[in-house]
Write a protein that binds this ligand. Structure first.
Ligand SMILES: [Ca+2]
Ligand SMILES: [Ca+2]
Ligand SMILES: [Ca+2]
Ligand SMILES: [Ca+2]
Length: 452
């Protein structure tokens, strides 16, 4: 009996130890799996935000990669940190998709129980980009004229808080500007299929008003005599330009069948306006090669990329296109849109109508985002309207150096329409407006989403 009892006790002890081992092992496994699960969730979140950040920079591949790595790092996964590997690359077959893979491993709590020292986790995210909504840029007044407001771009060394958040490379204190887009701004100059029948010519002359950053009336000429604002870079540790007046490059590309891939675009002509170019001041100018023949390149959307490589000043300009030997006619069939972002400056105080463009019926029930940066100087009101809807939506002004987003819920019975913003602001107010749709419309521009 005693022996038996001892045996029982021994068996109990063995069972107890086995049970404890199983329980501890199970707990360790659960702990490790739980930790692996959490790690995977964190990694997936980082990969998702990285893919969404990267895809918005397409078709600029190197910018997409740096944005993706940046967002992965902001979410805790810095490429090369310990076991972390972040790989960001364009989708191999679909040009408007972007892929981010993240792998990492963590040491297991009770490695011997599950036979592995490290838990290796890999996740992947794929995001799709269908371009921002195109913004019709007739907001400078009548198309081809210069109204209260013109398009305008700061040099890369300019003050961030002066209003062009996308062109300036540094914040006012000299640290990198996370909003900076090194690729500059893109505009689409649409030459319609019936251009010849409207105009009796196959030639379209693309013109830029005041492409320089120079004021013939002097740096501080009165508004009205100039549309450029000559400015110094911030002081202190802020990097300084070679010249405070800008160097701006205008690059014109032919239309093609791959609008979501800029890497294959064919350059037609390029013009650079350095800090001392004065003969173009306050004039409509067509740079060499900017007279295009639709027999050479076809009809469709010609891309004009504009970027500044030096300077801290503000280059005001405008754009138009039409027949070469006629007075400009705004009804010549051409149309110019800004790709997702429009930079503008007021050369007088007043009210402008910003044409936000046509938003398709498929946007019914979706949310439209309009984000504005630095709508401040003399700014009074913003109101949004759609020509097929009776209501209007008040917008919220953004203060100095800040973004403020307006969200418009598009009604479920929406049938498509042309959107405008009415903006009242003061002399020398610079601002940037961007616009996109939240939600997917297959085949329509204006959305960014995760697809895998
Ligand atoms: Ca292309
Ligand atoms: Ca000028
Ligand atoms: Ca200018
Ligand atoms: Ca402003």
């Amino acid at each position: 009996m005693l022996k038996h009892a001892n045996n029982n006790r021994g068996q109990s002890l063995v069972l107890y130890v086995i049970s404890l081992t199983v329980i501890l092992g199970t707990m360790a496994l659960a702990f490790d799996l739980g930790r692996g699960f959490l790690l995977r969730a964190r990694m997936q979140h980082a990969a998702d935000s990285a893919a969404l950040a990267g895809v918005r920079e397409l078709p600029y591949y190197s910018l997409a990669a740096s944005a993706a790595l940046d967002y992965a790092a902001r979410n805790g996964f810095t490429d090369g940190d310990g076991s972390i590997v972040v790989t960001a690359y364009p989708h191999p077959t679909i040009s408007n998709r972007y892929v981010v893979d993240v792998t990492a491993s963590s040491a297991n709590f009770l490695a011997p129980v599950i036979g592995s020292n490290f838990l290796s986790v890999s996740v992947s995210a794929v995001a799709e980009f269908n371009a921002y909504l195109p913004i019709d840029i007739t907001g400078g007044g009548e198309y081809g004229a210069n109204g209260v407001m013109t398009l305008s771009m700061f040099g890369p060394y300019g003050y961030y808080s002066y209003g062009d958040a996308l062109s300036t490379r540094w914040l006012n204190d000299g640290t990198p500007n996370p909003d900076h887009k090194p690729g500059g701004y893109d505009f689409m100059i649409e030459i319609p299929d019936n251009y010849y029948s409207i105009n009796g010519t196959t030639i379209a002359k693309v013109e830029i008003f005041d492409p320089d950053t120079w004021n013939n009336g002097g740096d501080n000429a009165a508004p009205g005599l100039r549309i450029d604002e000559i400015r110094n870079a911030p002081g202190g540790s802020h990097p300084q330009p070679i010249n405070r007046r800008n160097t701006t490059i205008y690059s014109l590309y032919a239309p093609d069948d791959t609008p979501n891939d800029y890497t294959d675009d064919v350059l037609i002509a390029e013009a650079t306006y350095g800090p001392d170019v004065s003969w173009t001041d306050m004039k409509w100018v067509s740079p060499d090669g900017f007279e295009i023949n639709i027999n050479d390149y076809g009809t469709g959307k010609y891309r004009l990329n504009i970027r500044a490589t030096d300077g801290a000043s503000e280059n005001g300009f405008n754009l138009r296109a039409g027949p070469p030997d006629a007075a400009f006619d705004p009804d010549n069939g051409t149309k110019i849109t800004a790709v997702g972002a429009i930079p503008m400056n007021f050369n007088d105080s007043g009210v402008v109508t910003i044409n936000l463009g046509h938003v398709a019926p498929e946007a019914a029930g979706l949310v439209m985002h309009i984000n504005k940066f630095d709508t401040d100087v003399g700014a009074k009101t913003i109101d949004y309207h759609c020509d097929t809807l009776s209501q209007s939506w008040p917008g919220v002004l953004s203060g100095n150096g800040t973004w403020k987003e307006d969200l418009i819920e598009i009604p479920a019975d929406y049938a498509g329409g042309n959107w405008t913003a009415t903006y009242e602001a003061g002399l020398q107010d610079t601002s940037v407006w961007t616009m996109w749709l939240e939600g997917a419309i297959e085949g329509q521009p204006g959305f960014v989403r995760l697809v895998e």
